[in-house]
Design a protein around this ligand. Structure first.
Ligand code: PEP
Length: 253
């Protein structure tokens, strides 16, 4: 797997216009000063996508949406299409975050439809998988991951030349301050990678597997020292520019 890492900031339902401006007033000087070699993607709320485009367009930083709807257009009140996201200069979209699976009842079919649409519109999907605490405790982690990966692999089979990012996010580690152990991360990432590599058609240079779950700048070096980890999906810590810049400056040892 490649050496440069991918760090993704999932801002969730946080930050309004003025917050984004003050965030980048702090983040951009630090970014220009420290010149991180890693790839960085911001996922702000929909309402800030045009503003982030204006602020980041002259930088190497990328941005994307936290969600979209898979139909092209029409009577879907309140939804945002892939083309609308592309209009904002987004290169990435998050799909199947556990909060969307839980609160908005996104199932495997919806996730596969979104994945299909993202690939068709040349938006790089960041698709999330991960087990709950109960599933882990009852020894079902690998079967849960295998089930979640099935529709993803089936869809990806039609788009093998496209980039895909899979985020392994154990649900019990999201927003809890509890990280998975290095051993647990290694096992799960290796398992997800093996599911890809079992497919004769896979080109592994198009695949990235990132870890998410209570990431901070202290734990990041140990996590990205694993060669099966291509970066991190960061929630809470990405809201603090001084902390996030430390994370994106992490070098794989
Ligand atoms: C997330 O939202 O995907 C996430 C990993 O959040 P946190 O870093 O806050 O646990």
């Amino acid at each position: 797997m490649e050496n440069n890492l991918l760090f993704i900031a999932n801002w969730k339902m946080n930050n309004a216009y003025a917050d984004l401006v003050s965030y980048f007033n702090i983040f951009l000087p630090l970014y220009n000063q420290t010149k991180p070699v890693n790839d960085v993607v911001f996922l702000p709320p929909f309402t800030l996508l045009y503003l982030i485009k204006e602020i980041l367009k002259a930088t190497n930083l990328k941005w994307g949406a936290q969600n979209f709807y898979y139909e092209s257009k029409g009577a879907f009140t309140g939804e945002i299409s892939a083309l609308m996201i592309k209009d904002t200069g987004s290169t990435y979209v998050l799909i199947g975050h556990s909060e969307r699976r839980k609160y908005f009842k996104e199932n495997s079919q919806i996730i596969a439809n979104k994945l299909h649409k993202a690939f068709s519109e040349n938006i790089i999907p960041i698709v999330c998988v991960g087990e709950t605490l109960e599933e882990r405790k009852s020894g079902k982690t690998f079967s849960v991951l295998a089930n979640q990966m099935k529709p993803i692999l089936k869809t990806y089979q039609n788009f093998i030349n496209k980039e895909i990012v899979v985020a392994y996010e154990p649900v019990w580690a999201i927003g809890t301050g509890v990280n998975a152990t290095i051993e647990e991360i290694k096992e799960s990432h290796s398992f997800i990678l093996s599911l890809f590599l079992k497919q004769s058609w896979v080109n592994d240079s198009n695949i990235k597997i990132v870890y998410g779950g209570s990431i901070d700048s202290k734990i990041t070096p140990a996590i990205v020292s694993l060669d099966v980890v291509n970066g991190c999906l960061v929630g809470g810590a990405s809201l603090k520019p001084e902390e996030f810049i430390k994370i994106v400056n992490t070098i794989r040892s």
